[in-house]
Write a protein that binds this ligand. Structure first.
Ligand code: NOJ
Ligand code: CA
Length: 661
């Protein structure tokens, strides 16, 4: 009864022939609204923001092999509450995160069965999920989730096609008529200036959601098992959250904390061992083809080369060295042994050397997709092996089809990625997953999940045909980046690669040197690689200084300028000092952005060190022209950021002690 009374505060009961079958739930600031109702037995929702329709009447529901949850005769609200709290991150873009939402649980039922729908409304969007409570079945087979997203107003989308195995695509910009299917996060801009992104949160023991154009809008299309079933569970089922992030500008999408707020709190008792870090690797060499993963004359993972890399990396303050091609199996991409180093790689000696230099190796498990036959059987031993060597982080990889016919993004693999995560956590090892399942905020619950690839990363600039266009990195933070930390691997200092790949080689890095620095701030990750070779850094040690200084863990993050596919400026405050760092990037067009420094602390003077494009810099014709300037600034100042075509600017604001200039 108490609940029902509460309803009158934030709910309006609509009058109809079936009272209590239509409900409106508002966000705490009352601007975002979801309307859920039964219409001709269909469960229908719509979403408004500022009285603009974002999602028109769209279906909810589920079809199971065992019973039907697609049509209902009644809809009741059974719980309602308001939450206004905040929590501290173990690491992240922000130290504190506010969680202010209104929550309601609905029960839709038909003659025999019931479905629960949990809704949370936030000031930055709306989310809902399905819960099938226990109703006398030992197993459930979900054949279809009926969720629709009938997005109003024909907005412009940034999207990649919904390949069930990969996210490594270039983003396209179009209206819905050109989209057949899309991955989430799917980002859209309305003519009336609203921005939205559709994604999911807490993808656990379920299949990944892709979006299919069904003629009137998008419908949820879950990645199937080989037998066509979408999700298999015992007795009950909880879907991930279906999330609609809503903003008034593109930067609001990046600043939204909804995805994290919709995940469970941290489950790890001890998190001391989880270390955000900058790392280097025996890696770019293989992508440039100067070294090989497999043993032989050009083998990358040798004891000597690893020790040389540790010398350079430790001298410049890096904490990790990734070594790929260290274990047997690379000749054929099969018969991987995850505890057997190649004969020319003395892993114990190398790791000992790393520890002496205040570093650690970052391990590597490339599965080549041989997950069920080779990786799962060795997984426990593989993590124990690294743990006893004192290795704190492992990069995983899933190149190629999965060996048992499952898709990378189906429920079986979602559960596999989870098994890896939990096995790693038990051994106190953090993860960086390549060819992953997309992030859905699980890093809150499992903070040892540091980062994922799941993007057409820097490596495509070494061999992609075509390489990534200049605009690519001005799209990623608004799309892939909304899912979570991205292991893009910035820091390329040699932009053209003919000397390695032959005269007619056309792939290249599509940025100026200054833009590579700015990416450390605009692409968020708690593990940031400096991907290039020491000899290339040695040519520009003055610019390398920014990579050495830039933190990977932040107290606060603010988006300053943002337009998808055009430009982006983000400022972040270091978690352990009073310093701020700023990255600003543009697409292939040069531009000037006016920067107000009002994000800085008001009672503080800073030395700004500005790493910027030179006057005639241009990603194509003149990528290496840059200037480094210093000046004293405070919050009242403004600056002009002159970004070259394909260029960028990185700024370090070092808090000065009183009297220091
Ligand atoms: C693809 C990954 O993205 C890349 O980083 C790695 O070097 C290769 N696979 C080999 O594992
Ligand atoms: Ca990859």
């Amino acid at each position: 009864m108490k609940n029902i009374l509460l309803l009158s505060i934030s709910l309006t009961l609509l009058i109809g022939c079936h009272p209590k079958q239509s409900y409106i739930l508002k966000s705490p600031n009352t601007l975002n609204t979801i309307h859920i109702s039964l219409q001709k037995k269909n469960l229908i929702y719509s979403i408004n923001s500022d009285s603009i329709t974002i999602i028109e009447a769209s279906r909810m529901g589920m079809l199971l092999k065992e019973f039907d949850l697609s049509s209902f005769t009644s809809l009741h609200m059974i719980e309602h509450s308001v939450c206004d709290t905040s929590w501290e991150t173990i690491w992240g873009e922000n130290k504190m995160i506010g969680d202010h939402h209104v929550r309601a649980l609905f029960e839709a039922s038909n003659a025999k069965h019931k479905l629960h729908i949990e809704i949370k409304t936030f000031n930055d969007g709306i989310a809902f999920r399905y819960i099938i409570p226990e109703q006398g079945m030992d197993s459930l087979n979900l054949m279809n989730e009926l969720t629709e997203f009938n997005i109003n107003n024909n907005p412009t989308y940034w999207w990649i096609e919904a390949d069930y195995d990969s996210y490594e695509r270039l983003y396209k910009k179009s209206h819905i008529n050109e989209i057949d299917s899309a991955h989430t996060p799917l980002t859209a801009k309305f003519d009336n200036s609203k921005y939205i992104a559709i994604h999911e949160a807490a993808l656990v023991n379920y299949a990944s959601m892709t979006l299919k154009n069904n003629g009137t809008g998008f419908e949820c299309n879950l990645v199937p098992w080989p037998d066509g079933v979408k999700v298999k569970t015992a007795r009950t089922l909880t879907s991930p959250w279906r999330v609609i992030i809503i903003g008034d500008n593109a930067g609001d999408l990046i600043e939204s904390d909804m995805i994290l707020n919709l995940n469970q709190p941290n489950k790890l008792e001890d998190t001391e061992w989880i270390e955000p870090m900058r790392y280097m690797g025996i890696w770019w060499d293989m992508h440039l083809q100067t070294k090989t993963w497999h043993e032989g004359e050009k083998h990358g993972a040798t004891t000597d080369y690893a020790m040389q890399m540790i010398d350079f990396a430790s001298l410049h303050g890096f904490k990790g060295l990734l070594v790929e091609g260290w274990n047997t199996g690379w000749e054929e991409w099969r018969n991987w042994d995850f505890t057997k180093p190649y004969a020319d790689f003395d892993i114990e000696k190398v790791q000992q050397y790393a520890i002496e230099k205040n570093m650690t190796l970052i391990g590597h498990h490339e599965t080549g997709g041989r997950v069920s036959t080779e990786y799962e059987p060795q997984m426990q031993a593989a993590f124990e092996y690294y743990a006893q060597l004192g290795i704190k982080a492992v990069k995983t990889g899933y190149v190629g089809k999965i060996d048992n016919g499952q898709y990378h993004h189906g429920q079986w693999m979602v559960n596999h990625y989870q098994r890896v995560l939990e096995t790693a956590a038990k051994e106190k090892i953090a993860l960086i997953a390549h060819e992953p399942i997309k992030d859905t905020g699980l890093r809150r619950t499992w903070p040892n999940f540091l980062a994922r690839e799941g993007v057409r990363g820097q490596e495509y600039n070494a061999w992609g045909n075509p390489s990534n266009p200049a605009e690519h990195t001005t799209i990623i933070p608004f799309t892939r980046g909304l899912a979570g930390p991205t292991d893009f691997t910035p820091g390329a200092f040699r932009m053209t690669l003919e000397e390695y790949r032959g005269e007619n080689f056309s792939s290249r890095i599509p940025t100026t040197l200054a833009k590579q620095l700015a990416l450390y701030v605009t692409i968020y990750s708690p593990v940031q690689m400096a991907c290039d070779l020491p000899k290339h850094y040695q040519e520009h040690m003055d610019m390398f200084k920014f990579i050495k200084d830039v933190p990977v863990d932040w107290e606060t993050s603010k988006v300053i300028h943002a337009e998808i596919g055009e430009y982006l400026t983000i400022a972040r405050k270091d978690r352990t000092s009073d310093n701020w760092y700023l990255g600003s990037i543009t697409n292939e067009n040069g531009r000037t952005l006016n920067l107000e420094l009002n994000f800085l602390n008001k009672n503080q003077t800073y030395k700004a060190i500005i790493y910027k494009d030179g006057e005639n810099a241009d990603w194509k014709s003149n990528p290496y022209e840059y200037n480094i300037e210093s000046m004293t600034v405070d919050f009242s100042k403004t600056m002009e950021l002159n970004l070259a075509p394909g260029g960028g600017c990185a700024i370090e604001f070092i808090a000065l002690q009183k009297g220091e200039l």
